[in-house]
Unconditional design. Structure first.
Ligand SMILES: [Fe+2]
Length: 419
C-alpha cells in the first residue's frame, strides 16, 4: 500500500464563492460515481463483457488516477502517489504519461481490491479539497488554470459515469440469467421509462432555411467545453428539415419486416460486411418482443425511441425511410436556435452524418491532456444531444460525442433529416 503522508498545506477555510462551489461540485460528482456501484455484488466490479468495455472498479480507479496524475502529483506540494504501479493499471490512453495495461485485459485485475481503490479515492478527494482550498493563495493565472484542470477532471469523471453504466449493460447482457443492474425506482431504466412513458410524440418536421451559420463553442461563453467543441466557425447549410422526434421501436420493426437487415442496397458497403459477419438482425438488445435493459428484460414499447443501434444501422434505416441523418451543424443549429428542439437531450445520443474531425483552427490543450480528444479524430462519427445515462448537468448543444460506426453499446438512437 502507498505512503500515507498528507500534503503540507496552510490550513485555509473554504470561503464563499467560486472555490467553495468547486469543492461542493467535486464532492457531488465523486460521490455520484460511487453511488452507481452501491447495489452491485463484488463479482460485478471486475466484469468486462468485451474489449471495448471496462469493469466498474477500473472506472473508479481510472478517474481517480486522472486527478492524481494531472492535478495532485504535479501541483500539490508534498503529495505522495498512492502506488506508482497503479499508473500502469489505470492510465487509459495517455502516451505522454507512459505505458499501460492492455485494455482488453482490465477484467483480469482482481487486485487491487475495491477496498483499496475506494481508500485511494478518499485520499485523493482529501488532496483535491486541499488543492481547492489552496487556490486563493496562488497567483490568479495559476489558480485559474488549476480550476480549469479540476473542472476537466470532473467532466471526465461524469463521462465515465455514463461509460460505467453502458459497460455494465453490455456485461450483464451476456449472462443467460438476464440479471438487473438496478430495477428500482431510482435506477436509470426507471428514469428512461418516466421520460418516454407518455404517448408517442407526433411526428412532425421542422424547416430551416439554411444559409451561413455559426456552430461550436463561443469563446465569450464562460461555460465549460471540451477542446473539440471549439473554435466557433461558420458553415454553409442548404435548406433542410429535421424530424421533431426520434425514430421509434415500431418504425425499426417495420424496417426489419421489410427486410431491412437483408437488403444490401440499403447499407454502406462496410456496414453490410458487419451485418453479415456479426449476423445482425435487430438493434443490440432486442430479444423477441422484449429488450434487455439495466433493469433486466423488459417489454419494448413500440412508441419509445429505438436505442442501441450502430451508425451503420441508423444510416441504413434513414435511407430506407427516404431520409438521411442530419449533419452535426444542422443538429446544433436546430438545438440552439429559437424554440426548443424536442427530444434533443436526456433520452438518447443521436447519430449524425458527420465524421468526427477537428473544427477549422482546432488546437488541442497543451500537455498530456491534449490527448483527451484530438488524437481520436479519425474513423468515427459524431453523436449529438445526451442520453438517459448522461449525468444531468453534462449536456449542451455544442457537445460532440463520438464512436466508431459499428459500435452500438452506447445509448444511441437517431433523428431523421431531409433536404
Ligand atoms: Fe478516461
Amino acid at each position: 500500500m502507498g505512503p500515507s503522508a498528507e500534503p503540507r498545506l496552510r490550513p485555509t477555510p473554504l470561503q464563499e464563492g467560486p472555490h467553495k462551489q468547486l469543492h461542493q461540485r467535486l464532492q457531488r460528482v465523486r460521490q455520484r460515481t460511487e453511488a452507481l456501484i452501491a447495489g452491485l455484488e463484488p463479482e460485478d466490479l471486475c466484469l468486462q463483457g468485451m474489449a471495448d468495455a471496462s469493469p466498474p472498479k477500473w472506472h473508479l480507479g481510472h478517474t481517480t488516477w486522472f486527478f492524481e496524475a494531472f492535478l495532485l502529483e504535479p501541483h500539490l506540494s508534498g503529495w505522495q502517489v498512492e502506488d506508482r504501479r497503479w499508473a500502469y493499471l489505470f492510465n487509459s490512453y495517455y502516451d505522454a504519461v507512459g505505458e499501460r495495461h492492455p485494455r482488453p485485459q482490465r477484467g483480469l485485475l482482481t487486485r487491487p481490491p475495491i477496498a483499496a481503490v475506494l481508500a485511494w479515492r478518499r485520499r485523493v478527494d482529501a488532496g483535491l479539497a486541499a488543492l481547492v482550498g489552496d487556490l486563493p493563495h496562488r497567483p490568479p493565472a495559476e489558480a485559474g488554470a488549476l480550476a480549469a484542470l479540476l473542472e476537466l477532471g470532473l467532466q471526465h469523471e461524469q463521462q465515465h459515469q455514463e461509460l460505467l453504466l453502458m459497460d455494465l449493460l453490455d456485461g450483464f447482457s451476456r449472462n443467460p440469467l438476464e440479471p438487473a443492474v438496478d430495477s428500482g425506482p431510482q435506477g436509470a431504466e426507471a428514469e428512461w421509462t418516466r421520460r418516454t412513458g407518455g404517448d408517442a410524440a407526433a411526428r412532425g418536421w421542422r424547416s430551416h432555411p439554411g444559409g451561413l451559420v455559426a456552430i461550436g463553442h463561443d469563446q465569450e461563453d464562460p461555460c465549460f467545453h471540451f477542446d473539440n467543441e471549439a473554435p466557433r466557425h461558420r458553415v454553409w447549410l442548404e435548406p433542410f428539415e429535421l424530424a421533431e422526434s426520434l425514430v421509434t421501436n415500431a418504425e425499426v420493426a417495420e424496417f426489419i419486416a421489410d427486410g431491412g437487415y437483408r437488403r444490401p442496397e440499403l447499407w454502406m458497403s462496410e456496414g453490410w460486411a458487419v451485418v453479415q459477419a456479426r449476423r445482425w438482425q435487430a438493434p443490440r438488445y432486442w430479444r423477441g418482443d422484449a429488450e434487455f435493459t439495466l433493469a433486466g428484460l423488459r417489454p419494448r414499447p413500440p412508441g419509445a425511441p429505438v436505442r442501441h443501434l450502430s451508425w451503420f444501422e441508423a444510416d441504413a434505416f434513414a435511407r430506407w425511410a427516404g431520409a438521411r441523418l442530419p449533419s452535426e451543424a444542422e443538429w446544433e443549429l436546430a438545438a440552439s436556435g429559437p424554440g426548443d428542439l424536442p427530444m434533443a437531450f436526456g433520452l438518447l445520443w443521436q447519430w449524425t452524418a458527420s465524421p468526427y474531425r477537428p473544427y477549422p483552427g482546432f488546437a488541442p490543450a497543451p500537455g498530456a491532456v491534449g490527448e483527451y480528444n484530438g488524437k481520436f479524430m479519425t474513423s468515427q462519427f459524431v453523436l449529438r444531444g445526451s442520453s438517459f445515462l448522461t449525468p444531468p448537468d453534462h449536456a449542451r448543444s455544442t457537445y460532440r460525442n463520438f464512436f466508431p460506426p459499428a459500435s452500438r453499446w452506447m445509448a444511441a438512437g437517431l433523428r431523421l433529416a431531409r433536404g
